[in-house]
Design a protein around this ligand. Structure first.
Ligand code: GDP
Ligand code: MG
Length: 177
């Protein structure tokens, strides 16, 4: 018997080095790794959370942010209802490249996919180069939730998933998806 009411497939996208693998690990295992292992192919993680008393199992697909993994793109996006689009608040190029990630999601993803923009590495506030206002404006323009978090300290990591899954549940409830 399933112990959850919904199963959502999530993809975690964004440039290499922004913290995708760490973000997933912090959410599933409450651990942080200081070294950057290049993710080869796809890695999976899952955790069941409560969102407004509804149990939702999140099945996450993490992949490397490299063009060379194009061959897995289609199966990677297939059936995904949620996407976390990460950038590093200390790395402007990772913010500029969000356009590229959005375009790829539009090409390969489900048209109803709910995308949450995550500004990661808030523990490195002193090195910030992308302001909260700028990122929020970009998210609003592209119909995304915006949240700032740290995969290192776990700040807002759970909240990212709860808010994002809540937005998906609301869309299902309204018949929007
Ligand atoms: P990925 O390529 O997007 O999967 O990035 P990783 O998860 O491998 O992280 C890349 C590097 O950034 C690693 O050295 C991590 O330890 C570091 N990192 C990830 N998240 C954070 C964070 O929130 N704060 C800090 N200070 N470092 C982080
Ligand atoms: Mg990785």
């Amino acid at each position: 018997m399933a112990t959850y009411a919904y199963l959502f497939k999530y993809i975690i996208i964004g440039d290499s080095g922004v913290g995708k693998s760490c973000f997933m690990l912090q959410f599933t295992d409450r651990r942080f790794k200081n070294n950057h292992d290049l993710t080869i192919g796809v890695e999976f993680g899952s955790r069941t959370i409560k969102v407004n008393d509804v149990s939702v199992k999140l099945q996450m697909w993490d992949t490397a942010g490299q063009e060379s993994f194009k061959s897995i793109t289609r199966s990677y996006y297939r059936g995904a209802i949620g996407a976390l689009l990460l950038f590093d608040i200390c790395n402007r190029q990772s913010f500029i490249n969000l356009n590229k990630w959005l375009a790829e999601t539009q090409t390969n993803g489900n048209p109803d996919i709910v995308i949450t923009l995550v500004g990661n590495k808030t523990d490195l506030e002193a090195q910030r180069v992308v302001s909260q206002e700028e990122a929020k404006a970009y998210a609003d323009l592209n119909n995304m939730i915006y949240i700032e978090a740290s995969a290192k300290t776990a700040f807002n990591v759970d909240k990212t998933f709860v808010d994002s899954a809540g937005a998906i549940l609301a869309a299902i409830g309204d018949g929007r998806i």
